[in-house]
Design a protein around this ligand. Structure first.
Ligand code: NAD
Length: 435
């Protein structure tokens, strides 16, 4: 089974996704998730269309001079889905298959996530259709700087604050912060989060999404009586989110029995040495060739019996077909949009608990919020303070969503969307339409 992505995918708005040919395009999944909340909105239903129309969509051309003197052009996007509750917030993705459709959906999920957790942000997302691995260091920096200048029209610490996502990292954020600051003429650390500590980054930010996934999995496990000690874990995606979540599970006594990235799918019934696998991936660029586990077929990976399945790669990975074969007790969505709405229904019927992305991976944006607050006040907190506040916010968001799911007899995803849509649409209604 191939894991190759279609690098020539077009940014079409309809049809099927390039990410997984069997999955609907991400924006269609987002719209369907919004529709599922309609019956629970009461008088706020009047405003539901707001959520189906991104507020602002910027498409930019990003030309760079390559090291060999040729000129290359890349297409980039920044979508501000909704700004009713505060400035836009959401990551920047560098990936050869990024499309406008995908960025719109990711921005929409950020609106829901920020509201579900109670952060004072709207939802935004950005991306460039580029494979960063094919650029030299200099080319990557020129591309990042030109992209930042192009979207500089609409970003800023009180307007829209990017952060890392797939294919970007703290170094990307440093370059973005520098470019924005140079254009503005003053150092503006709060324009991005997920920066290096030396530039006003926050302690704990790099680990925050994986830590949040771990905290939320633990809370779900408390309700289902799954002890961490000895729990069987399967993780797809071994980057910032998947790698760190896997490491925290292992440190808590769980056994990570299968892992996958874009280079390999591996299993080891005795439990994989995660720090060793991370060291291997860091030096070689992926899991391929890691000696501490055996390669398995990707479809066998999805049906590995486990307590927790953590999709932490890309959208559309859990299709209805895979959902019929998954043998997990809980799915904790580290990635954004890994489960299609139809697959959600299959899992619900099969009694497999799905903890949705908008809750499970909200740890990253929560500590990004802390970073933004620290930058504004130029007063920095200790890592213990950050982790304690993260824990409090994640646990209380989990409890509130769990309660609504019980009361209304809906999935955790629909419960999270109910809470979030109420908050966003209430803000919209209170503000009223301009003019
Ligand atoms: P990353 O670039 O650090 O890692 C991505 C991982 O996915 C890599 O291991 C890569 O090899 C793997 N991958 C890519 N394509 C794959 C495929 N077809 N099959 C299997 N594995 C594949 O990215 P990340 O920051 O860890 O983000 C992963 C997911 O988590 C994304 O959906 C992202 O939107 C979401 N997320 C990230 C953050 C964050 O703070 N970084 C926050 C919230 C959500």
């Amino acid at each position: 089974m191939t894991q190759e992505l279609d690098k020539n995918a077009s940014p079409k708005l309809g049809g099927l996704s390039y990410l997984n040919p069997a999955a609907p395009e991400p924006w269609a999944s987002f719209i369907e998730q919004i529709e599922r909340v309609r019956p629970y909105l009461g008088p706020l239903e009047r405003w539901i269309e707001t959520l189906k129309h991104p507020k602002r969509t910027l498409i930019v051309d990003v030309p760079i001079e390559r090291d060999d003197g040729s000129i290359a052009h890349f297409e980039g996007y920044r979508v501000q889905h909704n700004l009713s509750r505060g400035p836009g917030k959401g990551g920047i993705r560098f990936h050869p298959a990024v499309t406008l459709n995908e960025v719109m959906a990711l921005a929409g999920w950020m609106t829901i996530k920020n509201a579900a957790v109670g952060l004072p942000f709207g939802g935004a997302k950005g991306g460039v259709r580029v494979d960063p691995a094919t650029l030299s260091k200099g080319e990557l920096q020129r591309m990042t700087r030109r992209f930042t200048s192009e979207i500089g029209l609409i970003i800023g610490p009180d307007r829209d604050i990017p952060a890392p996502d797939v294919g970007t990292n703290a170094q990307t954020m440093a370059v973005m912060m520098d470019t924005f600051s140079m254009n503005r003429g003053s150092t503006t650390s709060g324009v991005v989060t997920g920066k290096p500590i030396a530039l006003g980054g926050s302690l704990g930010r790099q680990e925050a999404t994986g830590r949040g996934v771990f905290i939320i999995a633990r809370e779900a496990g408390r309700h289902l009586h799954i002890p961490q000690e000895g729990a069987r874990i399967v993780v797809q995606g071994f980057g910032n989110v998947g790698g760190i979540a896997a490491r925290l599970f292992r440190a808590a006594g769980a056994k990570v029995v299968a892992i996958a990235d874009h280079t390999a799918t591996l299993a080891n019934e005795a439990g994989i040495d995660i720090p060793a696998a991370q060291a291997h991936a860091a030096t070689t660029g992926g899991l391929a060739g890691f000696a501490g586990a055996t390669p398995i077929d990707i479809e066998d990976f999805w049906q590995t019996p486990c307590d927790y399945l953590i999709p932490a790669a890309l959208e559309g990975q859990i299709t209805p077909e895979r959902a019929t074969r998954i043998q997990a007790r809980v799915i904790v969505e580290g990635a954004n949009g890994p489960t299609t709405p139809a697959a959600d229904d299959v899992l619900h019927k099969r009694g497999i608990l799905v903890v949705p992305d908008v809750l499970a991976n909200a740890g990253g944006v929560t500590v990004s919020y802390f970073e933004w607050v620290q930058d504004f006040s130029s007063f920095f907190w200790t890592e213990d303070e950050i982790n304690a506040r993260l824990e409090r916010i994640m646990v209380s968001a989990f409890d509130a969503i769990w309660l609504v799911a019980q009361e209304k007899q809906v999935s955790l995803r629909t419960a999270a969307f109910i809470i979030a849509c109420h908050r966003v649409l209430e803000a919209r209604a209170e503000r009223g339409l301009y003019p």
